[in-house]
Design a protein around this ligand. Structure first.
Ligand code: URP
Ligand code: ZN
Ligand code: ZN
Length: 539
């Protein structure tokens, strides 16, 4: 009798979801199903929520960042309830997934994306629904996007991004960019941390005349971040010198995409990386360097880490596996796809960045997913400075990294989990709710078959973009199942996502990176041996 009631209850919840879905489709996103972003290949059931609230994954190898074991995973209402061998639950309303000879891992967390961002006179083509559809199909179950302030105003920017994210289909968090400095910004940073779950702020050292900040602002920002326990992040390129480099190329008559790479060489990335690292050392605050693209910048991070400084280096997939030869491609549409900043570097940099990742010099991998279609890229047909900067990666990150680094033996499977998920959760202080397959963790899980293959193809991808930089890439390892908050959203190459189902994840301040900062501050003060008391000093 109890089972019948429970079964009826499950179906009641299911029908309620269905009604909600019809409402959401009708009210916010008429075009979603017609664009083919959900239930791809099935042609039906677009966004239909799974009736199961209970899932048992049987017989897979469960991989966490520090341990792997053959075990079952039992999920109820979006949370992992049990991880151990031979779980038996006598309940017919459980979905059972056989994961024998497959890896059961935490869903990917991408620390660096730009969905629905206004940038360089246009807006990125993937929004919080299409970006999430792409992410989930590729095994990423959470990302952290960047709130861009409106006229420098953080609250206005935050509200705008909250609205953009109302169609979210998976969990997400926000970093907030700082683009100007005054008392209001300083106070708003406090509000962001205290009331809105923000624990990181980003400073662009490039994009002069738009997002760029000077050293004065960066210093103020670093001090404020430290006082709030928030992590400062930098886009490290010398923006003044970039403008000089761009003018040099134009004067030489170099107006095509190759001019982009030539105008902002590694030395400008290294200079800004070193400068940000030294200023962070001066303030004694942790620092996060986004999209490390060159050996030169990576070596600055390595040097600082060796000296004991807390610097996190984030390479992105494009920088790890591509090289700049594409920018010299004779076809503009092809070449312009690869324009991003800092630029994708010459052959050799990617391999060195992979090595740095395998040894822990660089800690986690993002995508900087910032997609523009070929029409948008063509804004810069006659002048590379007008090509919107950015490449895709949200859908491809997990596959491309597995193939490039695990299949080649450069890292082991636990390291893979660490650099794609766990480290991000730790740095942004949401571990082990995210980034782990442990009892009590959110049920964001992927099942990867190491014996299957993937292929990146415009005909089957979920991003809105027509400018994929990994087009045609094939490799070993395929994410066969993605579970987002306890719902199977990707299985048998069918995507089943629901706009509005994603949740905003608040991230508390004072992550492990801040542990002991107070002690080193105290040690610094006691090392000063000052002020010196002098007999002849004015009293
Ligand atoms: O080219 C890039 N990276 N576009 C996105 C904005 C940024 O710099 O992160
Ligand atoms: Zn950047
Ligand atoms: Zn970015």
């Amino acid at each position: 009798m109890a089972e019948v009631i429970q079964s009826k209850l499950v179906w009641a919840v299911y029908l309620l979801h269905l009604l909600l879905l019809i409402f959401i489709h009708g009210s916010t996103s008429d075009s979603i199903s017609s664009e083919g972003f959900c239930a791809v290949h099935s042609g039906s059931d677009c966004g239909l929520p799974s009736p199961y609230t209970k899932i048992l994954i049987k017989g897979g190898t469960v991989v966490n960042a520090h341990h792997k074991e053959v075990a079952d995973v039992y999920i109820e209402n979006g949370v992992i309830l049990s991880v151990r061998p031979n779980i038996r639950i006598p309940d017919e309303n459980i979905k059972i997934i056989d994961a024998t000879r497959k890896y059961v891992m935490p869903g990917g967390i991408d620390p660096h994306t730009h969905l629905d961002m206004e940038f360089m006179g246009t807006a990125t083509i993937d929004d919080f629904f299409t970006g999430h559809a792409a992410a989930l199909a590729g095994g990423t179950t959470m990302h952290i996007d960047f709130v861009i302030p409106i006229n420098g105003n953080l609250t206005a920017g935050f509200e705008a991004y909250k609205h953009k994210a109302s169609k979210a289909a998976m969990d997400y968090g926000f970093h907030v960019a700082i683009t100007k400095w005054d008392e209001d910004v300083s106070k708003d940073m406090e509000v962001m941390v205290r009331d809105h779950g923000i624990n990181s702020f980003k400073f662009f050292m490039a994009y002069k005349g738009a997002l760029m900040v000077n050293d004065d602002l960066l210093l103020e920002g670093l001090k404020k971040c430290k006082s709030l326990g928030a992590l400062p992040m930098v886009h490290a390129e010398n923006g003044d010198a970039v403008v000089e480099g761009q003018n040099r190329m134009i004067d030489l008559g170099i107006t095509g995409p190759e001019g982009h790479a030539l105008s902002r060489p590694p030395v400008l990335e290294a200079e800004a990386t070193a400068r940000a690292i030294r200023l962070a050392a001066f303030v004694n605050t942790p620092l996060y360097v986004v999209h490390v693209m060159s050996i030169d910048a990576m070596e600055e991070i390595a040097k600082a880490k060796k000296a004991g400084q807390r610097v996190v280096g984030e390479p992105v997939v494009s920088g790890l596996v591509l090289d700049d030869s594409w920018l010299w491609h004779p076809d503009f549409t092809t070449a312009s796809k690869y324009v991003m900043s800092p630029p994708i570097r010459e052959l050799g940099h990617g391999q060195a960045l992979q090595a740095a990742l395998s040894t822990g010099t660089l800690q986690l991998v993002g995508t900087d997913h910032c997609t523009f279609n070929s029409t948008q890229k063509a804004f810069g047909l006659d002048d590379f400075r007008k090509i919107p900067n950015g490449v895709n990666g949200l859908e491809e990150r997990m596959h491309v990294l597995w193939d490039a680094m695990v299949e080649t033996g450069k890292i082991n499977i636990m390291d893979y989990v660490r650099i794609t998920s766990t480290e991000c959760a730790r740095i942004f202080n949401i571990y082990p709710k995210k980034g782990a397959i442990l009892e009590g963790s959110d049920a964001d899980i992927i099942i990867l078959n190491p014996n299957a293959s993937f292929e990146v193809s415009a005909t089957s991808h979920h991003s809105r973009s027509d400018t994929k930089v990994y087009e045609g890439r094939t490799g070993k390892g395929k994410v066969e199942v993605t579970i987002s908050r306890g719902r199977v959203v990707w299985e048998n190459d069918v995507l089943n996502v629901m706009p509005g189902s994603g949740k905003y994840i608040k991230m508390p301040p004072f992550s492990y990176l801040f542990d002991g900062i107070d002690k080193s501050d105290a040690a610094y003060l006691s090392s000063l041996r000052a002020p010196v008391k002098r007999a002849n000093a004015a009293s």
